[in-house]
Design a protein around this ligand. Structure first.
Ligand code: GAL
Length: 685
């Protein structure tokens, strides 16, 4: 059975290689633009993202449009064998527009209008900006919609931020009216009688009061809603005039300001910009885990391949310190994205700008201007390899038996809440630490928010699921009842979707039955007072030992669950620290404290064994070597990535592997160079 999905760009079904190209910065030096074409061929670049910040060049003054230069660039690229991802330029508004129409500039929370600076700072509600965007996007779609070079629309750039102007506040009130219908319902949901915050008129909703958590969270939801509304407005002309061209927006990983899974249904392709701190540590494992997590999150948003829209071929100039990539690291960082579901390796940026704030950002072509640089060679070697893999990878899938919940709204709720502790809440870190335990065993995981379908997974891991969004408790219940395994932790099931704490004992929302525990109190451990858990031997998971915990420990009572570990000290010594409950055909584990990673690894290892979870490769890999795979249902493509600064070898599990790049069969010992990657093929397992 073929498991291959259609490629992200149906009219260009290859692995995309290339990136952001800003010819508008070089229009005065045609020789450089000509040289770019030669260098693009040399580097095996096949795709360029154009026009992202080109509004001032496309419309130098109101109503005067200049498309001639872009026509030439696109024609030249196409003749040279490249394809184009064309952006709408709304990410940076031109000076003339900001001066003539101040309403397009954002208003801060204190009511002050921003100056025309930087970028990514336009109001999402301004009728003038929406009109201007509509005119521009219509012209772009009319002019380039049928150009054979066009393979995708890149709407705006990295949407982010918020505006508090009167248009935005009016839209916020409308959003709330639609949601709550009456002020009475709103006051109740926000617990607004607290500190006399009762609203008696919709127009009183002005300041985003962070002490009223329901309001603060609804504001975050509104920011996503209004950004999505603006994005849909940007897409109107594109959808109408070019229905055959897919649309994407470049997301920013786990950027807190936008609930990306809520935006995902409105785009055709998920893409994201990845800038890990490679080289921050002696080995690259920490960056590798964090980056793999976000790749998996992006893939899981639509359960299909995504686009790595930006990554740096060299350094990232906005990191506090960004080291040069060590030999092989560029290749491994790029192939890691592909291994986890990217159908592209795209960079920011093709050519380094001469001035302004990105002049020291890594680029394929450095200020030296020629191909004789280390970075250019790395890029072209990788480009040649991507070409060889191009018929095998686009559209292949990643089969995962484990789903890990990372939920933006839950994050907002945890982060905005005062207590139960205020330092080291570490929601994302905690989810990633659970993910890491699977990563070390090469178990493929999907990463998604709590609205995702749980039914196809053997296991759902939902750390710190403090906020239960509508229907989530019921779906988790159903998942366990039907035989799934649920793993969760302290804080889970504390509050509903407007951050009202459940009455009648926690975990609430009906989850007390599922976990078979009542969590009576949370002890936010201080740095000075430790706590530890003790696992007695004799449990069917084969766990034992003593592990330290910090930050959170809950005083838990059994309500049907069996204890697997107990706390070692304090007045609640001996009370359950880890429990398991049989519920329907499945099991629910409750981890009552934040434990050291050695515990998480041992616990996940036991679960992997019990559930017979399938790793990407059956061999035992050395520390810091990770494997991920994709398949079309007939052939598996296995990426073996060494994130350590030394060459490492191990024995392969079967003799059926071939090297995907050389076509030679590979058996017995496999050696992976320091920070290197080997790509293998095997019959689908
Ligand atoms: C991204 C942005 C690019 C460029 C890049 C530099 O966030 O989309 O335009 O600024 O960062 O790393």
């Amino acid at each position: 059975m073929t498991l291959r999905l259609p490629p992200v760009c149906k009219n260009f079904p290859v692995l995309l290689h290339g990136g952001d190209y800003n010819p508008d910065q070089w229009l005065g030096t045609p020789d450089i633009l000509k040289e770019d074409l030669r260098l693009m061929k040399l580097s095996h670049t096949n795709t360029l993202s154009l026009g992202i910040f080109a509004w001032a060049s496309l419309e130098p003054e109101e109503g005067r449009f200049e498309f001639g230069w872009l026509d030439k660039v696109i024609d030249d690229l196409y003749r040279n064998g490249q394809r184009v991802i064309l952006a709408t330029p709304s990410g940076a508004k031109p000076n003339w527009m900001a001066a003539k129409y101040p309403e397009i500039r954002r208003v801060k929370a204190n009511g002050e209008r921003e100056l025309q600076l930087g970028r990514h700072n336009h109001c999402f509600s301004s009728p003038v900006y929406r009109d201007k965007v509509m005119i521009m996007n219509t012209k772009l779609a009319e002019r380039y919609g049928k150009h054979p070079a066009l393979i995708m629309w890149h709407i705006s750039n990295e949407y982010n931020g918020e505006c508090h102007c009167n248009y935005c506040l009016a839209a916020f009130r409308e959003f709330l009216k639609n949601k709550y219908k009456t002020l009475e319902a709103l006051n109740k949901s926000w617990w607004a009688h607290f500190w006399s915050h009762t609203f008696t008129d919709w127009n009183q909703i002005e300041a985003i009061d962070t002490t009223v958590h329901g309001l603060a969270i609804d504001w975050m939801r509104f920011v996503t809603h209004q950004t999505t509304d603006f994005m849909k407005h940007e897409a109107v002309a594109l959808r109408k005039l070019t229905p055959h061209i897919p649309i994407t927006i470049n997301m920013m990983g786990t950027f807190p300001g936008l609930n990306y899974p809520a935006m995902a249904p409105h785009v055709d392709v998920i893409s994201w910009d990845s800038y890990p701190g490679w080289g921050d540590h002696e080995d690259e494992v920490e960056s590798a885990v964090n980056t793999a997590f976000v790749h998996d999150l992006n893939r899981s948003m639509k359960d299909k391949p995504f686009i790595l829209m930006e990554s740096t071929p060299s350094v990232t100039n906005w990191h506090p310190v960004s080291r040069l990539k060590q030999p092989n690291m560029h290749r491994t960082a790029s192939l890691q994205a592909v291994a986890h579901g990217a159908d592209s390796v795209l960079y920011f940026q093709w050519r380094k700008s001469r001035g302004s704030s990105e002049k020291f950002h890594g680029a394929v072509v450095d200020h030296a201007g020629h191909e004789h640089t280390r970075v250019f060679k790395d890029v072209s070697t990788l480009g040649a390899d991507l070409e060889k893999l191009s018929d095998k990878i686009p559209g292949t899938i990643t089969p995962a038996e484990v789903g890990i919940i990372y939920d933006w709204e839950n994050r907002w709720a945890i982060e905005s809440s005062y207590g139960p502790r205020n330092r080291d809440k570490n929601y994302q870190e905690t989810v990633t630490q659970h993910y890491e335990a699977f990563w070390h065993r090469n178990i493929p995981c999907d990463v998604f928010d709590s609205t995702h379908d749980f039914s196809k997974y053997k296991m759902i891991v939902a750390p710190m699921l403090y906020m239960l969004r509508p229907g989530v408790a019921e779906r988790l219940k159903d998942f366990v009842q039907r035989g799934g395994t649920l793993i969760s932790t302290y804080l889970t099931g504390t509050a509903d979707s407007t951050d009202l704490v459940y009455l009648g004992g926690l975990p609430g929302g009906g989850l007390m039955d599922v976990f078979g525990v009542w969590a009576e109190e949370v002890d936010p451990l201080s740095d000075k007072t430790g706590q530890h858990i003790i696992i007695g031997s004799g449990n069917d998971m084969g766990l034992s030992g003593t592990y330290n915990c910090r930050h959170y420990a809950e005083v838990v009572h059994l309500k049907g669950a069996l204890p697997l570990a107990k706390f070692g000290s304090d007045f609640y010594a001996g009370s359950p620290a880890l429990t398991v409950n049989q519920y329907g055909k499945g099991k629910a584990y409750y981890i009552a404290s934040r434990n050291e990673q050695a515990f998480t690894q041992a616990f996940i290892d036991a679960l992997i064994k019990q559930h017979n979870l399938r790793p990407a490769i059956k061999a035992t890999l050395p520390k810091g070597v990770s494997a991920a795979y994709r398949t079309d249902g007939v052939q598996d493509i296995v990426f073996v990535m060494n994130f350590m600064p030394v060459e490492q070898s191990f024995s392969l599990d079967s003799e059926q592997y071939t090297d995907a790049l050389t076509g030679k069969s590979v058996a017995g010992a496999l050696t992976v160079p320091s920070r290197g990657t080997v790509v293998l093929l095997r019959p689908h397992q």
